[in-house]
Design a protein around this ligand. Sequence first.
Ligand SMILES: [Zn+2]
Ligand SMILES: [Zn+2]
Length: 755
Amino acid sequence: MAKTYKVLVSGQVQGVGFRPYVYNLASELALKGTVSNNTDGVIIYISGQTQTADKFYSRLVKNPPPVSKISRCAIREVNYQEFPDFRIIPSSKEGQVNLPLTPDFAICEDCQKEIGDNLNRRYKYAFTTCVNCGPRWSITRTFPFERSHTSVDDFPMCKSCYDEYINPSNRRFHSQTNTCTECGIAFEFTDKQGKQIETENIFQSVSKLLSEGKIIAIKNTSGYLLCCNAEDDSVIKKLRKLKNRPNKPFAVLFPSLDCAEKDLDIKHQEVKVLKSTERPIVIISLSNYIGKIALHEVAPGLNQLGVMLPYTGILQLLANQLDFPIIATSGNIHGSPILSNKKDVAIKLNNVADYFLHHNLEITHPQDDSVLKISKKYNIKTLFRRSRGYAPNYLDIELHTKEKILALGADLKNSIAFYPNKHLYVGQYLGNLENFDVYNRFTNEINGFTNIFEQKPEVLLVDKHPNYQSTQHGIELTKKWNINLYNIQHHKAHFATVLGEHNLFEDDNILGVIWDGTGYGDDGNIWGGEFFRYNSRNIERLTHFEYFNWISGDKMSKEPRLSLFSLVDESFSEVINSKFTSEELKVLSIIKKSNKLKTSSVGRLFDAVASLLNICDFNSYEGEAAILLENLVLEYNIKNCKDYCDGFSGDFISTKQILKGVQIDLNNGIETQQIIANFLFTLASTILSVADKNYSSKICLSGGVFQNTTLIDMLIEINQNKYKLYFNRNLAPNDENIAFGQIMYYLNCRNKENS
Ligand SMILES: [Zn+2]
Ligand SMILES: [Zn+2]
């Protein structure tokens, strides 16, 4: 006897070809019924024999469409219904959106083939997409994911596209972003005066201009990219000057994986990520580099390179014409958000780019490229920037609260998080809120989230830092919405991210090692070298790096020599005198004497060591000294490393002792690489000493310092599986994760706070 079943699927199931897949599966099994998107995911009704329905369900769960991610799936029998056939029916929107927001997907192999095939009707069509690939979040206006809810809706389908769309056997059956040369998006190629450039083949022309040393602003589907030849040092120099970005490394787009592999040693784990649907920039070691990239301009002082492969039809068509790698960096002035519309670009990039390749697809959510690195020895994957491809979702986490919570994160690498219903959304990396345009994007993102989910938060979480822009804005919003505000300490939020990511809140006696540049501490000092214990839903500060003077405010993180000055005694006077004028020293000595503000920042300790080793006295970008420092360790033998603290025994970790150790080695003529290895070894050893002392069996590590993958490798090596180590997995360890941590802390630890 035939029965009717209702199947509910939630997770990343919209905009990923789920309905056409279900249609074909049901048709193949001769089941009748319907499938539609709703605000919770996908809802399916099937009528047929129980055995067939079971077969349908198990195949759906075991083998879903390639870019989908099922988080929950359930089947149950309902009242019998007769269906004439199997149909995809229009989305129903009952209630608020309650499903993951689909991120952008890199161009798939099939589409890649089509645009390179002169017999295909999409030959050279840059906006070729299908159910498995193309922009999603960057063109989303609202949800559920339907063409009419995206900016592709501005381009009505031509007959050929529509025929594909309604044909169940076509691979573009129900592909919401379907367009072609006939009906689709069009380019506009101009010089900097806005004069149209006539050309038969746009990408050939772009490639030629790039080879001639021109800078071109190319509108991609997630925002503008500034492109130039990566082998031409003079154009990169020019780009640096115009973009106001003196040293921060640029990522390089290789025409293909083959090209990249010719020049670089790429591990198979890195290849996998380079080719993934998220397709981020992957930071790859330059050891054995044999190519012609102008490295001293692309990645000054570094032994690593950010590498990416084409991820859209636009970049693929350009790549097809290129026989050299190019710089492809976010289209903005350094520190501002990535630009996405012609008007802004005309104003802001007119002095930067020589030519502009615009198009008329509106980008509703501009996104930067994501960045990650895989550690050399143990292949630990660390996200540095979470944006295109990864944001704005956080999957597979169940929270048990009805409260609607908005968290505003930190200031320097802001991202926000929202829990409006059953899912937790962690927004993309937005940048430094000190920048006016980034701040605007931050407030827009808050509006965007509250609009899409049609929910107003009931509680707002901000950092404890009273002067953060995000804290200030939070105070304004709580007044406007008449809701509660809750401040959460920065490093406790970091700790809570790892506890949350690994579902450890039910455990006890976990050591939290949270190291970063700065964060406002419970005692009003600037924390950043923290050890916590998590016990019974409470986070308690165990110990920290010994306090030293925080001098000259924000300048301290920009000038590593100031950290050195703050940390050392008279025995370092020779080196100190070489780094400051006598006038400067006079002023600094007075400041140091009367200074009350202290810090335990490990970020500043890295700065001091980099300055002492004459690697960097001034940071031209955030974390430069620490990055340069790590970079100098090309290899190390753990057996030859020494611990400057000689096993931690006192109440605090002695920063001065570490500096002293470095100085002695330096005076003894030990080579820089070995001194840095010793320094990192000291840090790793300290973690284990603190764990030994506190009988913890699990260690969670987070904060910007843990972007240092050499430190991670060393820790894993000396740990020898004694302790279970937990790092951030789907989030960056830096301040991008604070918003998520604020929600985790609020839900799990706030009731145990002493305040
Ligand atoms: Zn495709
Ligand atoms: Zn068309």
